[in-house]
Structure formats: structure tokens, C-alpha cells
Write a protein that binds this ligand. Structure first.
Ligand code: GZL
Length: 575
């Protein structure tokens, strides 16, 4: 409870809980002490709580405790994510994006001239502060005219910031802007320089709360020049608690909240948006969906999930199937723009080449949501929200299974990788996650890698062409999706090689056919990637049209299927 952000979080939790008489919120304060927080959690469990909401003091220290609680009751983690995925739902800001937004604001202030930044960073243990600095540096690396000096304010408080800035003396002279990792420290910096020779320096903060000494108030008074909002997620935590305890389907794994740059120019409009209650929907919402194609079992399930959810949400959905052609998909978006759709949803076949048409959509005032694949862009205003899996983690999980189940006892493990569509974000990120874990142990290597384009035929062809050029010497096949793994299995069997035995196979998605292949011993591990994004997508569309703010990213919940659980999960596989 030491700083405003914590007070606002607590107030939001209590205000939202008070709307639901069926919820009783029991609140304990760890007072920045992880040992106390662990004891607090044990005490809450003793009270017989149904669900734990925790904002970890030290995420690494709290991971084992939270993981243990998660075995018995749902856990919502706020603000600082623990290691691994042993929790029900994480809600938090994107701190790296906050740092990037601060960096871009400073670049526009510098307008190309030499510019000196004083960065007031939080303590070394602060995960949020480290991420914000990463985001800031990621921008400045492209602007050599901007120089930064970093000062750490251990307890991130206003008074400590004031004392430190006041003690800088001539180190402050050529500083043009002070970037403080929260508005409280920004106020402290202001108090150190006001009225003196340094009074003209720009000041940027983070949090952007209303109320006394809140970032919005400081902008109104001209105390600071800009703040970047950092939402607490308190309201969302209570709302999702109800969904979780009432077993509502489709609760995501992570909800990453959006941050806004606020200056004097947009202060009033931002504050009006805070007060604006969601409005009722008057007309049917018209949505254009630019679909990848019908390349895989996963895709067929995803396509029908979106169509069914559109009907359930009474959304007028127009689908254009790009049939794996990036050019046709961009044309589909242009068609939706000319048809003046309310919202455009895209599953980008590849992650590049999107800026021009998305700028056209922006100029037309049509919001864009991304489903199950991302785009690669420096701009952060070309789409509203990404809903889909964490592909890097999917890749890590695949290689972790290989490390745990294919020991390099006789020789280095030789891996054949069957990539998905080249340039698609799941392909890029699954490969990155897989290779990140592979790099931890020099006894594994990818000896051949080519694309099967996420299709069964593609998977078959990769193995057949390898067999034409080489004697079979592969220990593991890593296929970026189940359909290519199934094609590979067919090719192996035609060559008299036993899939799942002579060569271990790990893939991604979780189709019924793949889980069945595990039971038949032909496939060894399937990392889940959830295709049923329709309900979350249509809820986001209707929330958007009702005037609610959408998160930056909604990441779906995913498991791993192996011999140990394939029989149990097979009946539940609906695609
Ligand atoms: C992942 C999705 C991928 C699936 C493939 O979100 O885009 O595309 O893993 C599908 O099966 O073709």
C-alpha cells in the first residue's frame, strides 16, 4: 500500500466486488515482504477461500506457493507474472510497451536534435521497471541523438525521487527530459527542480490515475508533460473471478491491458472516455472476417467457431476465404473497407505487408482485431487486440518434451523440423521457442528444416523429399502442426519406418486425429493450441461496439497431450 498504484488496485477490487453480494473479498497486505505474503496466502487458504487473487511481491519467490495453490483452487495473478503457467489467469499491463510508448514520446520531443534523458528507474527487483527500461532502450537504439542516464530509486517513492534529483547538481544541467517509471516519482522530480534553473525540463511519468497527485491531475496543473496509463486490472479480476467460479467457458490464460499516452492535448477526451458508460447496442454489428483458408483441421475448427459465435452474438458476419493467398487476404480487407464494415477481423496468413491496408482501415475509422496470428509492425495503432495462443511457449513446450523424453545417450539427437507457412507468426514464434530451449543443451540439433505449409500433404512431402536424398537418420520430428505430423506419419509408414518408435514425433494443435495417433503410439506429444476463439472474439467485438476498452492481447489457455493423458482427453476433443 506504499504507492498510488497499489491503492487504486485495492479500491478497484473492492468497488467491483461490492457490486456482487455473492462475493466476499478478504484482503491481506504483504507490506512488500514475500515471506509475509506466503504466510498470508496460507492463512487465506485456512479461511477456505474459493479463489485466490495475488499480486506477487517477488514473482520468482512466490511461484512455488502459487503453483501449489493452483493445484486446489483457481488463482488469478495480477501485475507481475510468475514463471511458468501454473495459474488460472494473468491480468497485467504490457510494461515493455509502456517503455516503448515513453521512448516514442521522447523521440518526438527530441525532433532529431541531441537530447538528454534522465531515467528514474525502480528497484532492481521490479520486473515492471526492467521491462519498461527494455522498451525504452528498444526505441532509443534507433536514435543515437538521444542519450540516457539512469538513476535507480529503490523504493520508487516521490520523496526518494525528489532527494535523488535534487542531489544530481550539474549532472542535471543538460538533461532535457526526466522519464520517471511512475507519476509519484515524476512529482518528486518536479519538486526537486521547480522554481530553479532546471524548471523548464520536460517530465514524463507512468500510471495516469485521476485524483490528487494522480498523473492526470499533474498534467492538468502543468507539473508533468505526459503520462502513460498503467491500468491495474482490479475490475477485470473480479469479473473474471465470477466467470471462473461459474465455469464460464473460454476464460483466457492471459489478459494484457492497454496503455495510453496522455498529454494536455488529449486529457479531457481521455477523462470523458473513463466516465462513458457502455452504451446499449442499437443495430446489428457488421463484421468482415478475412480468413486464412481451410488448410488444416485446426483451421476448420477455428472457422466454424467464429461463424457459430457470430450467430450466438447476433453479429452479421461476412467471411472472405483467402485460401492461403496473402494478396487475396489484403484485397479481402479492402473489400470490407469499401463495404463500411463496423469491425474487421483478420487471421494474417503471413505477418508482413500489412501496414498500407491497415492504414486505409484506420483512415476509414474501422477497428481491426487479429485472431490466431499476429502481424509484424512497429506501429502500435494499426490493430486493437490480438486473440490467440502464445506460440513461443508452444515451441518451448515441444522442445521441453524432447529434452525430457529423448536423451542424447548414444549420440547428439538429430531433429527434422517441419515448419508451418513461412512468414506466418505461429511458424516464426514456434521455431523461436523451440530453438530457445534447444540452445540450452548442445546435444540436440535441427539437421533439416523445411515448410509443409500447415497441410497434411505438405508434411508428407517434407519427409518423402528427405528420404529421397538421405538414408533415414532422424531421431525426432518437430512438426509445427498436427496435420503436417499426420502427413509425415503416412510417409514414414510407406517407407517402413515406425512413427512414434523409430522416430519420436512432437507437434502442435491438439486435433482428435493427433490425440488418437498418440494412443496408437504413432505420435508422442501434442502441444495444444486452442482454435475455439469465436466466443472471445465476438465478445471483444460487442464490447468494442458498446464503447468498452479492449485489452491489448488475450492469450488462450493451452495444455500438453502425451501417452499419460491422451485417453482421458480424447473424448473431449471436439475437432
Ligand atoms: C495457430 C494457427 C495455425 C495452426 C495451424 O494459431 O494460426 O494455423 O497451428 C493452422 O494448424 O493452419
Amino acid at each position: 500500500m506504499r504507492e498510488p498504484w497499489r491503492l487504486v488496485l485495492t479500491r478497484e477490487l473492492q468497488e467491483e466486488a461490492a457490486k456482487h453480494p455473492e462475493i466476499r473479498l478478504v484482503f491481506v497486505d504483504a507490506t512488500q515482504d514475500s515471506d509475509k505474503q506466503i504466510k498470508d496466502i496460507e492463512r487465506l487458504l485456512g479461511y477456505g477461500i474459493d479463489l485466490l487473487i495475488v499480486s506477487p511481491c517477488d514473482a520468482k519467490r512466490l511461484t512455488p506457493t502459487i503453483s501449489e495453490v493452483y493445484q486446489n483452487i483457481p488463482v488469478i495473478v495480477l501485475d507481475r507474472v510468475v514463471e511458468g503457467y501454473d495459474y488460472t489467469l494473468f491480468i497485467g499491463p504490457d510494461n515493455e510497451s509502456i517503455g516503448k510508448q515513453a521512448g516514442k514520446a521522447i523521440v518526438s520531443m527530441a525532433v532529431g536534435r541531441t537530447f538528454s534523458v534522465l531515467e528514474l528507474r525502480g528497484g532492481a527487483g521490479s520486473q515492471a521497471s526492467a521491462a519498461r527500461s527494455r522498451g525504452l532502450e528498444g526505441v532509443f537504439v534507433r536514435h543515437p541523438n538521444i542519450r540516457t542516464q539512469v538513476v535507480v530509486v529503490e523504493n520508487e517513492s516521490r520523496d526518494a525521487a525528489e532527494d535523488i534529483v535534487a542531489s544530481l547538481g550539474d549532472r542535471l544541467e543538460d538533461v532535457d527530459v526526466i522519464f520517471a517509471h511512475n507519476d509519484y516519482m515524476a512529482l518528486g522530480a518536479y519538486r526537486a527542480i521547480q522554481g530553479g534553473a532546471n524548471a523548464s525540463k520536460k517530465i514524463i511519468g507512468v500510471d495516469g490515475f485521476a485524483g490528487q497527485d494522480g498523473g492526470l491531475e499533474l498534467i492538468r496543473k502543468g507539473v508533468i508533460d505526459e503520462t502513460i496509463t498503467c491500468p491495474t486490472g482490479g475490475r477485470e479480476a473480479i469479473q473474471f473471478s465470477l466467470d471462473i467460479l461459474q465455469n464460464v467457458s473460454g476464460v483466457p490464460k492471459q489478459v494484457i491491458l492497454r496503455s495510453h499516452n496522455i498529454t494536455r492535448d488529449n486529457l479531457e477526451s481521455y477523462e470523458r472516455s473513463l466516465d462513458k458508460a457502455p452504451h446499449e447496442l442499437t443495430d446489428v454489428i457488421r463484421v468482415g472476417y478475412a480468413q486464412v483458408g481451410t488448410e488444416s483441421g485446426w483451421r476448420l475448427a477455428a472457422n466454424s467457431s467464429i461463424r457459430e459465435a457470430a450467430m450466438d452474438f447476433n453479429v452479421d458476419l461476412t467471411v472472405i476465404d483467402a485460401n492461403q493467398s496473402p494478396a487475396r487476404q489484403i484485397e479481402a480487407v479492402r473489400t470490407f473497407i469499401s463495404q463500411k464494415m463496423d469491425v474487421i477481423v483478420i487471421s494474417p496468413i503471413i505477418d508482413s505487408g500489412w501496414e498500407p491496408v491497415l492504414r486505409e482501415a484506420k483512415r476509414a475509422g474501422i477497428p481491426v482485431l487479429l485472431s490466431d496470428r499476429k502481424i509484424n509492425t512497429e506501429a502500435d495503432d494499426l490493430f486493437l487486440t490480438y486473440i490467440g495462443g502464445d506460440f513461443i511457449e508452444e515451441g518451448r513446450r515441444a522442445m521441453r518434451w524432447v529434452q525430457a523424453n529423448v536423451p542424447p545417450d548414444k549420440h547428439p539427437v538429430r531433429i527434422l523440423e517441419i515448419q508451418g507457412t513461412i512468414g506466418a507468426s505461429p511458424t516464426i514464434e514456434r521455431k523461436a521457442g523451440f530453438e530457445a530451449v534447444l540452445a540450452e543443451n548442445g546435444s540436440y540439433g535441427i539437421v533439416h528444416s523445411s515448410s509443409g505449409d500447415y497441410t497434411i500433404e505438405g508434411g508428407r512431402q517434407v519427409v518423402e523429399s528427405y528420404l529421397r536424398a538421405n538414408a533415414w537418420d532422424i531421431d525426432v520430428i518437430f512438426a509445427h502442426n498436427d496435420d503436417m505430423a499426420l502427413g509425415a506419419i503416412e510417409a514414414l509408414e510407406s517407407a517402413g519406418i515406425k512413427p512414434g518408435e523409430d522416430v519420436k514425433i512432437v507437434s502442435v494443435d491438439g486435433t482428435k486425429r493427433a490425440v488418437k495417433a498418440i494412443i496408437d503410439g504413432k505420435l508422442n506429444c501434442v502441444v495444444e493450441c486452442a482454435p475455439f476463439l469465436g466466443p472471445q472474439l465476438m465478445k471483444a467485438v460487442t464490447d468494442l461496439m458498446m464503447g468498452k476498452e479492449l485489452p491489448l492481447r488475450i492469450i488462450t489457455d493451452e495444455r500438453v497431450f502425451t501417452r499419460e493423458n491422451a485417453e482421458e482427453v480424447l473424448p473431449g476433443r471436439s475437432y
